[in-house]
Design a protein around this ligand. Structure first.
Ligand code: IPE
Ligand code: IPE
Ligand code: MG
Length: 255
């Protein structure tokens, strides 16, 4: 079993402030299809290469000390794709979880799923639930896989649960506030992502973490997801570290 090792010298050479690594990084892994097309290959090959990129980025994130990594793997809208592509994506997911589980576990990674996974094919669902169960006590990187995830669906799910709890007298309407609402989301317990990365140049959220990214710094990179590597991650973190986060306030020097 491979235990991941930190390459501090490399990180130092990329000028990253290790004291300001984002706690939570969210990634919209986009551009697998375009990557494949550029290479004259079928889209499937792009998804395969995308899985490779994901394996690496989980490792690099863990080594950097990122506490939460949330990746958009399949959206509630991705069911609109041809059945054949959905089938490939599902089997790649299952294969990924099955093949990576031991290594993720050995490196203290805890797998969590965001989304309505009960609509996934049974074999995929089973392998995912098994992986969550196996890694549930791990204390290292929390790896959130957004699967059959949609930000709007998540908000509706939360609202329905809250109404149900109010109707059953578990909750008073007056108790509803932003913190309580957070605790009804799939991401309950995770801080908001400080950094949201989207690959392949597209400037949109595509229904990802609508509530949670209210104040995230968004970094869109040109490269397609299969080309996103350790240096790309370091560059995105450095870009984030050079941003000024104001949260509606004003610059410190202007106070
Ligand atoms: C991202 O790559 C993977 C998923 C959405 C599952 P795409 O498949 O969206 O690739 P492009 O955007 O068509 O290039
Ligand atoms: C967003 O990418 C979903 C995932 C990365 C899983 P899409 O490729 O589905 O988004 P659009 O269609 O370009 O907005
Ligand atoms: Mg896409």
């Amino acid at each position: 079993m491979k235990i991941w090792k930190n390459n501090m010298r490399k990180i130092a050479s990329e000028n990253i402030d290790m004291d300001r690594i984002p706690k939570h990084i969210a990634i919209i892994m986009d551009g697998n299809g375009r990557w494949a097309k550029q290479q004259g290959m079928p889209r499937t090959m792009g998804h395969r290469a995308g899985v490779e990129a994901l394996r690496n980025i989980v490792r690099f994130s863990s080594n950097l000390g990122v506490k939460y990594l949330t990746v958009y793997a399949f959206s509630t809208e991705n069911w609109r794709r041809p059945q054949s592509e959905i089938g490939i994506l599902m089997s790649l997911l299952k294969e990924y979880v099955r093949k990576e589980l031991d290594e993720l576990n050995a490196n203290n990674v805890k797998i969590r799923i965001l989304g309505d996974i009960y609509q996934l094919p049974k074999d995929v669902l089973e392998s995912i639930l098994f992986a969550c169960q196996k890694t549930k006590d791990n204390t290292g990187l929390i790896f959130n896989l957004a699967l059959n995830y949609g930000g709007r669906a998540e908000l509706i799910m939360a609202i329905k649960k809250i109404i149900n709890d109010v109707q059953n007298n578990y909750l008073e309407t007056e108790e509803i506030n932003e913190n309580l609402f957070d605790s009804y989301l799939y991401t309950a317990g995770c801080p908001e992502p400080e950094l949201l990365i989207r690959t392949s140049g597209e400037m949109r959220l595509s229904n990802f973490l609508l509530w949670q990214v209210a104040y995230s710094e968004i970094v869109v990179v040109k490269e397609c997801w299969p080309d996103f590597n350790e240096k790309s991650l370091h560059d995105a973190i450095r870009t984030y570290q050079n941003r000024e986060r104001r949260f509606g306030g004003i610059k410190k020097v202007e106070e």
